[in-house]
Design a protein around this ligand. Sequence first.
Ligand SMILES: CC(=O)N[C@H]1[C@@H](OP(=O)(O)OP(=O)(O)OC[C@H]2O[C@@H](n3ccc(=O)[nH]c3=O)[C@H](O)[C@@H]2O)O[C@H](CO)[C@@H](O)[C@@H]1O[C@H](C)C(=O)N[C@@H](C)C(=O)N[C@H](CCC(=O)N[C@@H](CCC[C@@H](N)C(=O)O)C(=O)O)C(=O)O
Ligand SMILES: Nc1ncnc2c1ncn2[C@@H]1O[C@H](COP(=O)(O)OP(=O)(O)OP(=O)(O)O)[C@@H](O)[C@H]1O
Ligand SMILES: C[C@@H](N)C(=O)N[C@H](C)C(=O)O
Length: 429
Amino acid sequence: MNTDGLYQLFKNHPIVVTDSRKIKNGSLFFALKGENFNGNKFAAEALEKGAAYAIIDEAKYQVGNRTILVEDVLEALQKLARWHKKELEIPVLGITGSNGKTTTKELIAAVLSKKFRISFTQGNLNNHIGVPLTLLSMDKSTEFGIVEMGANHPGEIAQLCAISDPDYGIITNIGRAHLEGFGSFEAIKKTKAELYDYLKKKNGTIFYNRDNYILSELTKSIRHKISFGSKNADLSGHPVFSPPFINAEVHFPKENLYFNSKLTGDYNFENIMAAVCIGHYFEVDPRVIQKAIKNYTPGNNRSQLIEKNNLKIIMDAYNANPTSMQASIESFVSSFSNPRYLILGDMLELGSEELNDHISILEKTKKHSFSEVLLVGNAFTRAAKSYSVKSFINTNSLCHYLAENPITEGAVLIKGSRGIQLEKVLDVL
Ligand SMILES: CC(=O)N[C@H]1[C@@H](OP(=O)(O)OP(=O)(O)OC[C@H]2O[C@@H](n3ccc(=O)[nH]c3=O)[C@H](O)[C@@H]2O)O[C@H](CO)[C@@H](O)[C@@H]1O[C@H](C)C(=O)N[C@@H](C)C(=O)N[C@H](CCC(=O)N[C@@H](CCC[C@@H](N)C(=O)O)C(=O)O)C(=O)O
Ligand SMILES: Nc1ncnc2c1ncn2[C@@H]1O[C@H](COP(=O)(O)OP(=O)(O)OP(=O)(O)O)[C@@H](O)[C@H]1O
Ligand SMILES: C[C@@H](N)C(=O)N[C@H](C)C(=O)O
């Protein structure tokens, strides 16, 4: 069946499900292939459980007339999403970047939802499957779409733009994340800039951080652009540190307004400014924007402040790369004095630069004084050999150590890649 045909089915059954364990009545089940399973095998089960149709790409799994055979299920899902976006005729804002995509997206969503009926990426569903699912969750009532786009290899943002067809875009920043898949910083830059390339071609509008040199350079040839930042920007403001939270004073044409947040980490200033700028552009009342920013509480181990026993814990264990780890440590140092502790986990997916990048972080930690630096993971353990810091092969070993040697007071930064599971440390603090 072609995309037009599928779209007719989708119009009558506008709920897309990709997991037979989570079937909804009357839904369309897309039988994806993944690392562990072949979704085709669950087509019959999905239909039994109430799916209206199952979209498959292996003829041997056809059952009756409610299995729809396509060439490639993933491709069919992506094409359907693109078709749907065109049919909806709503503006879509695309967000990519190395760090801060989800936080910025959540802040923008909080702001724009005060004026529009919006639909936006849930959690981190930002890849070649998550982006189509996000688009297909939008319906006729949606007035504005916000789509987060993630990448760990070259060309991926162009592919996601082709699916989501954004009208507006923002790159949060470009840093050294997922170097293993990209191969080089230049490749990261080129891939992220694919969002600008796409918008340039369709005369779309981009929002960018004027303080960021790389982004300012990349936007030079773009016509429709709106900047934010600390100076010389269309909307300027400056960070106001209220440790451990970061706030912003923003200079609107007629007044200066103060934006409180529940976000730790001074790097969140740019995320807040992005949301304020985009809200202002779409004419959300600045005082309404203030409230939206103030009410946003980060979750899922992203720059969270947790107070436990006598400790102030910055839980930042959702992900890590050289750029964000450096930003996190710097912000921690300017927020807290001793007693302060660093618990750092490996930064994953760095490829051949792994050892050097971990050593660089240790060099940075030497410039400040900490009550203790505790490291977790293979890369940090190798890097730590010539430093007087303790390292542990995994989080469980660190937990055993902390149970015997508790941290009793002060501030603790917990930062590491998702795979290191540093959040488990919270149980023993
Ligand atoms: C395909 C899928 O959605 N898989 C999810 C599923 O995995 P599972 O282990 O169950 O098996 P398979 O993937 O092999 O299964 C194939 C299909 O079979 C279905 N199925 C299985 C068993 C059964 O009984 N019935 C069935 O119907 C199954 O549902 C599959 O459809 O569950 C896992 C646990 O919940 C999910 O983790 C897994 O999700 C995959 C990884 C996925 O891609 N999900 C997207 C919706 C998504 O957007 N996920 C994001 C990840 C975003 C991310 O990491 N972004 C990076 C950058 C982007 C990199 C990109 N190149 C990439 O590789 O992803 C970033 O840094 O931001 C998320 O989950 O957060
Ligand atoms: N503007 C920023 N600059 C540097 N680091 C940041 C910035 N914003 C967030 N971070 C760091 O990145 C972590 C994850 O934030 P967030 O989930 O918003 O990023 P993301 O880009 O969506 O991540 P992912 O690619 O894994 O989805 C934060 O906890 C923080 O440590
Ligand atoms: C969690 C995932 N989106 C990610 O960013 N992974 C990297 C490798 C990390 O956890 O640091």
